[in-house]
Design a protein around this ligand. Structure first.
Ligand SMILES: Cc1cn([C@H]2C[C@H](O)[C@@H](COP(=O)(O)OP(=O)(O)OP(=O)(O)O)O2)c(=O)[nH]c1=O
Length: 199
């Protein structure tokens, strides 16, 4: 395959954050939304969960491609882990209040998994990153006000570090973009394995 065929990315994600982040790489891309079953066995580790879900999303998109379509398909998945509890997106506002209550005043881990598949050859690479996020102590009123903003609804762990959620985060250790849903540093290393050099 010519290198130019691979310089085309197919983002398997409906997440506006991931779509925004991938734009920063300055590589032509398109978006194909994949609707996958996100249930996982309870005995899976957080790393397994994000890697396997990222892979499921990328594989689902590969199945829909027409013969001859080229590019590197990228799937991603993000979860928040607090005291061995895996937090995905909140079911409703009460669930969001419970999640922020669990996270406030403590340090949790954000896991993002990334899967890259070469559409033509099927070559696949899967990996993940962990970022440690420490949240401030919050009053019940602050938690209620934050949840009322609507921001937590479609975010793992019920907060968005890139939004109003920035005001409830004390500090982070690790990749910021990993928390937002697409670890660009890891992704660029993974793309290099396919001959796609970002720089
Ligand atoms: C912790 C955190 C998560 N998030 C978001 C990133 C992801 O969009 C979302 C986690 O849900 P995901 O299930 O990983 O992704 P998604 O359903 O939004 O999109 P798709 O499966 O189509 O790729 O949480 C933030 O935007 N900011 C944050 O600070």
């Amino acid at each position: 395959m010519l290198k130019s065929d691979r310089q085309h990315l197919i983002l398997a994600s409906s997440s506006p954050r991931r779509q925004e982040l991938i734009r920063t790489l300055n590589i032509p891309f398109e978006i194909r939304v994949s609707d996958v079953d996100e249930t996982t066995p309870t005995f899976w580790s957080p790393a397994q969960v994000v890697e396997q879900l990222a892979l499921r999303k990328a594989e689902k998109v590969r199945e829909t491609l027409q013969a001859g379509e080229q590019g590197i398909i990228i799937g991603a998945d993000t979860i928040v882990v607090q005291d061995y509890r895996v937090l995905g997106k909140p079911k409703d506002d009460n669930d969001a209040i419970w999640m922020i209550g669990l996270l406030q005043g403590k340090t949790h881990q954000v896991y993002s998994g990334v899967a890259c598949i070469d559409a033509a050859s099927g070559e696949t690479h899967v990996s993940h990153r962990i970022t440690y996020v420490t949240m401030k102590h919050l009053t019940d009123q602050q938690i209620a006000n934050y949840v009322a903003s609507g921001e937590p609804r479609d975010k793992a762990g019920a907060y968005a570090i890139q939004g109003l959620g920035a005001t409830i985060v004390e500090s982070i250790e690790g990749c910021y973009f990993n928390v937002v849903g697409l670890p660009l540093s890891l992704l660029s290393d993974m793309l290099a394995k396919f001959g796609v050099e970002v720089l």
